[in-house]
Structure formats: structure tokens, C-alpha cells
Ligand binder design. Structure first.
Ligand code: CO
Length: 149
């Protein structure tokens, strides 16, 4: 009986519009130093959001490395500058940088990494930016992340 109820609840949940929000996104960074997305929308209905980063290229991470770093728009430049100094061993992110909301590790061609963060860290009406903090990449490899209903 309990098992039956559990299954029914599961089915109901799967069909519920409240849980139908897409709470993850796939994004790729290639050998041409490009992300394949310029904008990511996060639904407020998601408790957590996952970013799956892939690198479909062939170049190694010390040559054409990519990560995915999320900050407030206003913090992008500072986080990128400090990240550059932090070096590849730290995934080009300053250790303990409170301005960084989430970040993946730096990956090279054929590799992938994912990061999951709490959507409660995002505020409505605030502009967020994501970018690759590999030295010199953020000017091109960046996009806008928005919180939406
Ligand atoms: Co990059």
C-alpha cells in the first residue's frame, strides 16, 4: 500500500507544472574560444541549478582551458583579474573569493565538469554574469544569467 502511494506521488510530481522547470543547462566552450550560449535563464522554481560544461575541442586546458564562473555583473572584472593571478592550479579562481557564486574547474578538449548551486543565492532584479576566467578569455567568453519566474 505504501509503495503504491509512493509511486502515485512520484507520478503526480513528475506531471506537476511546479516541478517542470528545467533546473540544469548544458554549455560548451570550444577551441575557437567561444561559449555556445550567451544567456542562461534560471527558474525561481528550481531549488538548485546545475551547469554542465563541456569542451568539444582538442586543445589542452593549459592552452585553451575553459571554466564557468558565476558572479554578479559588477564583480566580473575583479573576479577575472584576481582569478588570472590565482593560476591554473586554482582553476583561475582566487581561493575563498566570496564574489564567486559558483564555478567549475578548468577543462581542456574532450573534458567536462559540472557545478550545482543554490538558486536562493540569486536575487531578483540583480544582473549576473558568467564567464571563463582563463587569462584573456572573459572578454569573449561571457554571458548573462537571469533569474526568472
Ligand atoms: Co576559456
Amino acid at each position: 500500500m505504501l509503495k503504491k502511494l509512493g509511486l502515485a506521488a512520484l507520478l503526480a510530481a513528475a506531471c506537476s507544472p511546479a516541478l517542470a522547470a528545467e533546473c540544469s543547462v548544458d554549455i560548451a566552450g570550444n577551441d575557437q574560444m567561444q561559449f555556445d550560449k550567451k544567456e542562461i535563464t534560471v527558474s525561481k522554481r528550481c531549488k538548485q541549478f546545475t551547469v554542465n560544461l563541456t569542451h568539444p575541442g582538442k586543445l589542452a586546458k593549459n592552452v585553451m582551458g575553459h571554466n564557468w564562473v558565476l558572479t554578479r555583473q559588477a564583480d566580473l572584472q575583479g573576479v577575472a583579474t584576481d582569478g588570472m593571478a590565482a593560476g591554473l592550479d586554482n582553476d583561475y579562481v582566487k581561493k575563498g573569493d566570496a564574489r564567486v557564486i559558483a564555478h567549475t574547474k578548468v577543462i581542456g578538449g574532450g573534458e567536462s565538469d559540472s557545478v550545482t548551486f543554490d538558486v536562493s543565492k540569486l536575487a531578483a532584479g540583480q544582473d549576473y554574469a558568467y564567464f571563463c576566467s582563463f587569462p584573456g578569455h572573459f572578454a569573449v567568453m561571457k554571458g548573462v544569467l537571469k533569474l526568472a519566474d
